[in-house]
Every structure is written in C-alpha cells, then in structure tokens.
Design a protein around this ligand. Structure first.
Ligand SMILES: C[S@@+](CC[C@H](N)C(=O)[O-])C[C@H]1O[C@@H](n2cnc3c(N)ncnc32)[C@H](O)[C@@H]1O
Length: 205
C-alpha cells in the first residue's frame, strides 16, 4: 500500500494536481473555517496548501514520505508553513478534542478499518468542529468501468453512500449531505464524470 503511494507520488507531476479539491475549497470558503484543521491521508498537499492560504493552522498526515516531500516543498514555494507528519492513522499522536475542523478527501479504506479511522478523527475534533468529506459513491462503479481514468476504488465496500456517512457519523449534525455527479479534473488520476458523496457535518457538543 505505502509502496504504491510512494511510487505514485515519486513522479515529478502531482498525481491529483495542486489545486484544492473543489468541494473542500467551497466548504472552507462558505463556512469561513478558522483555527486548527486536520487533513488525514493528505497526499501531496494540495488541500493543505489551500487551507494554509486561508489562514488556517494546518496539520496533515499520510503514510507516504514522497507525499510529505512534495507537500512541504509546495508549502515552501508559497512561503507557508504546514505541519505534515508521516504515519498511519492509528499511530498519530494528536491531542483529544484539539481540532476545529478536519477534512477527509478521497480517504477510502476497507470497511473494517474505516470505522476505526473515522472514530479516531471524531475523537480529535472539538465539540462544534466541522468535518468536510468527499469521496466516491457506490454509484461511481459503472462510471469507473466506462472510464478508468476517473479513479477511485473498484470495490463497492470501499465506497460511500449518504446512508453509510450518516451511520459513520451519528453524533454529527448534518449541514450538507448529498450524492453529486461531478466532472473531476484533478491531476492525472481523477479525470472525468464521477459520482461522489459530499458531507459537511458539525460535531455535537
Ligand atoms: C486518493 S489519495 C488522496 C490524497 C489527498 N487526500 C487528496 O485528495 O489529494 C489517498 C491517500 O491515502 C493515504 N493513505 C493510505 N493508507 C493510509 C493510512 N493507513 N494512513 C494514512 N494515510 C493513508 C495514501 O498514501 C494516499 O495519499
């Protein structure tokens, strides 16, 4: 797993581009997020860069050293600072209830570990904190078959639905939750028509 991501991010080009994910940018701008944001599985830093440009205090992590290298370089080129750790979801040592926001952008995992990861992120958020999530829908599979360049997991159990998100985050007030058909234009690996799940939730007090 880690080798695959290091190989992908070891290329010169940014796998998902350097522009932030469209929904991530929209949510940051609309809800005027402030304070400390956590970006798990952040890859090459495109969302971290935008969050830092938006004056957030950015904490990111990923299993890929190559992702970290590119993210830190990107931040440096823009004269910005981000805290980017290399590590596995369950090994990260952030303080309980210490983040004002978090974003899970295309963070897909097998179901038996996904809920554990989500629980870890929930635990790290303050009451009232916002969680932003975008990931491929279960209904993306036919589109991926037609156009593999759109990317995403090919196993239905690793994909999201509005119901699965409600079940994963029961202690959140739903601010936005929908399945959307979008035209992805994110670097080399997310290209074309896709069905995604978009969620903005507020952690209950
Ligand atoms: C599809 S990429 C998304 C990257 C980034 N969120 C973005 O949207 O540009 C999925 C990321 O999950 C990371 N990842 C996979 N397993 C992980 C784990 N156990 N802990 C932390 N990150 C992991 C990979 O290295 C990869 O960067």
């Amino acid at each position: 797993m880690k080798e695959m991501w290091n190989e992908r991010y070891g290329a010169k080009e940014f796998a998902y581009g350097i522009a932030p994910n469209v929904f991530f940018k929209y949510a940051l701008d609309k809800y005027e997020l402030e304070g400390r944001i956590l970006l798990p599985a952040e890859g090459e830093g495109r969302n971290a860069l935008y969050a830092a440009q938006s004056s957030l205090e950015v904490y990111a992590f990923d299993i890929s050293e190559e992702g970290q290298k590119k993210a830190l370089q990107l931040a440096k080129e823009h004269h910005l600072t981000i805290d980017y750790q290399v590590g596995h979801f369950l090994k990260m040592n952030y303080a309980h209830g210490s983040f004002d926001a978090a974003a899970l952008i295309y963070a897909h995992f097998p179901p038996h570990i996904l809920s554990v990861y989500h629980q870890k992120i929930i635990d790290l958020l303050k009451p009232g904190a916002l969680l932003v999530l975008e990931g491929f829908s279960t209904n993306n599979l036919p589109l991926r078959m037609e156009n593999p360049k759109v990317g995403g997991p090919d196993k239905i159990e690793m994909l999201f639905s509005t119901e699965s998100i409600k079940a994963e985050f029961p202690n959140f007030e739903t601010i936005e939750l929908e399945e959307a058909q979008v035209e992805l234009n994110e670097g080399l690996y997310h290209q074309g028509k896709a069905k995604v799940i978009r969620f903005v939730g507020k952690k209950n007090a």
